[in-house]
Ligand binder design. Structure first.
Ligand code: ADP
Ligand code: ZN
Length: 681
């Protein structure tokens, strides 16, 4: 086993690298400048944390959010890694401890806030502390065009020049302009090694549904996922509050979060969300940048997001631990009207508005997709893929119908009424519904009057929604959402093109997407018992639940039911320190009994094949405690010596005699038997 892989399993408790991690770790270890673009949840942190442990000296990590830095440092300390942070959130004692550890050369990772880069003190400090690597998290914060711009990130170039050490930059934002700007500002334009990981997040289930009664749809969705962490994104502040209240009344642990709340209230919700494992936050998009929670099990959109980029970013917050996560996006004609109006009413120049309409069209294309949703999503990011089997459209393929005739009838109704009316009135005309408005305007004498009686009102609504979704008609912001025909519709109107639309989806939306349980019914009670244990430990240690173990680790525990410390050690996410600290406690939950006490030296080998050798040597040497005839002077081998032998596997008496604790008497007593067993292993 090479060193990085050994650390991966012994410290982090992971059996293998995730796709892409191994190459990045290798490049960073080799001291190359690197830029890694990986989706959220891809496992970026490991790509600098692990090399930091393998390399000489200190790795400094620049990260934009204090709360997240503190949690990462906590998480590392739980793994037994010497890590610290210097941020304005520190207590004096914490800062003192960091300085002391730095001066002793004990720290492997130091997290600092970008503000600290102003002035030369930090550079001097890092130089004295023998900083040998700079890691930059959320590197897109250096881009002035992005919304996360942090002016202090611009000083990172100076830092690199001053320290003359390699720099490893990480981000989930991949567009070409941002990438070019990162390279220019962080690497002075010298191209680093670039790693670009695919956008797919296969553990996230994609679902869209047409709004029917959205409140009911969301309540049902949340009820089916009771006890799991989730986020519901809403377009307005008022809606976040009323929905959070409804959820609380239905017995959920739920909170609202929006830009109109006091800063301290917002921090509080962020903190609770990070800590607790069953909170639902109902938020405007203001919620997100401040959360870095790997065990968010679901994300729902009460309203249509504004672009595919926002959609992808928002659903991407779910399931970062790799365990299954669910998403649901609700949309309806009102969303389309609202989003169009927001673009039209913005003060942006015309080209910008056109670009924004095109981006919205792409999202609507995703909402009204007729084949695998993930394929449509990934193709937007330029990735080809196969049908995924993990989206609503793979689960229940849509039926298409030839809608050329209804669409032409609808367009003709739009044109004959002077492009001055919304869908409701147009549907009245098409279905021959003589309302007062129809009569007053004389629309009952139009040639299109009642030509659409063959379709129900609901079906016409679906037709109009999809026509809006495909940008064949667009609400006119100056005339209260009256629908205007666009150029894209002309070929259909003229009979030069056909169009197929989805069969009405409204009827099906009621069933809602199927709930996928995290574990089988059989394992569910054990999983909740394990979660309860985790919660108790997290509260006691005042850390977020996932810092103890992630959902993924608990799920594996519930499914494989380890019955020894060795089996426990083989579960993903359980490294040496965590096994020592929590292994026995969780084993007790699984087996229902306290495990046999184990010597700490033996425990250090848990889960490794060396443990088997240790056990064998222990038996053999115990049998020789009083010599081969049982009458000799009592002589034992200390566990530390046993462990050293099991690890070193000496090939000769000389080599055995060099191991600490093997004095002449012990070599004489145990040497031959031990060597024979080692060689047979
Ligand atoms: P990112 O910063 O890319 O969004 P993180 O670094 O927070 O993602 O990692 C997301 C989750 O994946 C964390 O819970 C982390 O412990 C876990 N993880 C990272 N690498 C591995 C791996 N090789 N095997 C299993 N889990 C991993
Ligand atoms: Zn699919």
């Amino acid at each position: 086993m090479s060193a990085p892989e050994a650390i991966l399993s012994q410290v982090f408790g992971f059996a293998a690298f995730r796709p892409g991690q191994a190459e990045i770790v290798e490049a960073v270890l080799a001291g190359q400048d690197t830029l890694a673009i990986m989706p959220t949840g891809g496992g970026k942190s490991l790509c600098f944390q692990l090399p930091a442990l393998c390399r000489e000296g200190l790795t400094v990590v620049i990260s934009p959010l204090i709360a997240l830095m503190r949690d990462q440092v906590r998480g590392l300390q739980e793994l037994g890694v010497a890590a610290g942070a210097l941020t304005s959130g520190n207590t004096e004692a914490e800062t003192e401890a960091v300085y002391l550890a730095l001066s002793r050369g004990e720290l492997k990772l130091l997290y600092i806030a970008p503000e600290r880069l102003a002035g030369s003190a930090t550079i001097d400090l890092l130089r004295r502390a023998k900083c040998t690597l700079i890691a930059v998290d959320e590197a897109h914060c250096v881009s002035q065009w992005g919304h996360d711009f942090r002016p202090d990130y611009l000083r990172l170039g100076d830092l690199r020049r001053a320290l003359r050490v390699p720099l490893a930059a990480f981000t989930a934002t991949a567009d070409a302009e941002t990438r070019a700007e990162i390279i220019r500002r962080l690497f002075d334009g010298d191209a680093p090694q670039i790693f670009l990981r695919g956008f797919d997040r296969p553990n996230i289930t994609l679902n869209f549904a047409v709004k029917d009664s959205p409140r009911k749809q969301l309540m049902a969705y949340a009820a089916a996922r009771k006890g799991q962490s989730g986020i519901i994104y809403c377009a307005t502040r008022a809606r976040t509050e009323s929905l959070a209240q409804a959820l609380s009344e239905a017995g959920h642990n739920a909170r609202a979060y929006h830009g109109g709340m006091e800063a301290h209230e917002r921090r509080m919700v962020e903190m609770l969300f990070q800590r607790e494992d069953d909170l639902i936050v109902v938020a405007t998009i203001a919620f997100g940048m401040g959360v870095d929670k790997p065990d968010i099990r679901w994300v729902a959109h009460a309203d249509l997001p504004k672009s595919i980029e926002s959609y992808y970013q928002e659903i991407g917050r779910a399931g970062r631990d790799g365990a299954p996560a669910d998403t649901l996006t609700l949309f309806g004609p009102d969303d389309i009207r609202l989003r169009r109006a927001q673009i039209d009413e913005s003060p942006a120049p015309l080209e910008r508005k056109q670009a924004d309409h095109a981006r919205l069209n792409a999202l609507l294309g995703l909402a009204e997709a007729v084949q695998c949703r993930r394929q449509v999503l990934l193709s937007y990011f330029g990735e080809a893929s196969e049908p995924c089997g993990n989206c609503d459209l793979c689960a229940r393929p849509v039926k298409l119908f030839n809608a050329t005739t209804p669409v032409r009838k609808a367009l003709s109704a739009v044109l004959r009424t002077g492009e001055s009316f919304g869908a409701g009135h147009l549907i009245d005309i098409l279905t021959g519904n003589v309302t007062a408005k129809v009569r007053d305007r004389g629309h009952d004498s139009l040639p299109t009057f009642a030509v659409g009686r063959d379709l129900s009102r609901a079906k016409w609504q679906a037709v109009f929604r999809q026509m809006m979704g495909r940008d064949l008609v667009r609400p006119d912001p100056e005339r209260h959402g009256a629908l205007r025909m666009t150029e894209a519709a002309r070929p259909i109107l003229r009979g030069e093109a056909e169009i197929h639309l989805r069969e009405d989806t409204i009827a099906r939306a009621k069933d809602g997407p199927a709930v996928r349980a995290l574990v089988s019914d059989e394992d569910a009670p054990l999983l909740s018992a394990l979660k309860a244990k985790r919660r108790a430990l997290a509260e006691e240690a005042r850390v977020p639940a996932y810092v103890i173990f992630t959902d993924r680790t608990l799920i594996e525990m519930a499914e494989t039911r380890p019955d020894t410390m060795d089996a426990m050690a083989r579960i993903s996410g359980i490294g040496g320190k965590k096994l020592e600290r929590y292994g026995a406690l969780f084993l007790e939950v699984v087996t229902g009994a306290a495990p046999e006490a184990q010597h700490p030296q033996r425990r250090k080998l848990a889960g490794r094949d060396t443990a088997g050798l240790y056990d064998a040597l222990f038996e053999i040497t115990r049998g020789l405690e009083r010599g081969s005839d049982g009458t000799g002077k009592l002589l034992t081998l200390p566990p530390a010596t046993l462990r050293a032998i099991a690890e070193a596997r000496p090939g000769s008496i000389d080599a055995l005699a060099r191991i600490k604790g093997m004095d002449a008497a012990r070599v004489t007593r145990f040497g031959a038997a031990v060597l024979e067993r080692v060689q047979a292993f």
